[in-house]
Design a protein around this ligand. Structure first.
Ligand SMILES: [Zn+2]
Length: 111
């Protein structure tokens, strides 16, 4: 396993691992080259950083935005529900009013 070293002259080349920590001669310019020492003889390949799962390459067919109701739709729904509740409430009030009036009226009065 060669060690890649870069010379000051700009050349890059691999140096045999037996030269690690030693000074070699650049074959291009003849200048001295310090080969970095390799502490672990064979560093294990760096595994992919554990973090967020890899993002799917293709976009999903269904996105949450598709199911999220639009603001105006929500407003319309709320308005419809409110109107329905108001109608029911009006019916209840009317029924209560009729019952109250009937109970307050003399018993012999017929509608
Ligand atoms: Zn050189």
């Amino acid at each position: 396993m060669a060690i890649t070293v870069a010379c000051a002259c700009g050349k890059r080349f691999g140096v045999a691992e037996k030269h690690a920590g030693k000074r070699v001669r650049c074959p291009s310019c003849g200048g001295p080259l310090d080969v970095p020492a390799v502490d672990p003889p064979q560093p294990p390949p760096v595994p992919p950083a554990p973090g967020p799962a890899p993002v799917a390459q293709e976009p999903p067919l269904l996105t949450p935005e598709m199911f999220a109701p639009r603001p105006d739709a929500t407003l319309n729904d709320l308005r419809r529900i409110g109107e329905r509740m108001l109608l029911i409430l009006r019916w209840i009030v009317a029924l209560l009013a009729i019952l109250t009036i009937r109970s307050c009226l003399p018993v012999n009065v017929r509608f």
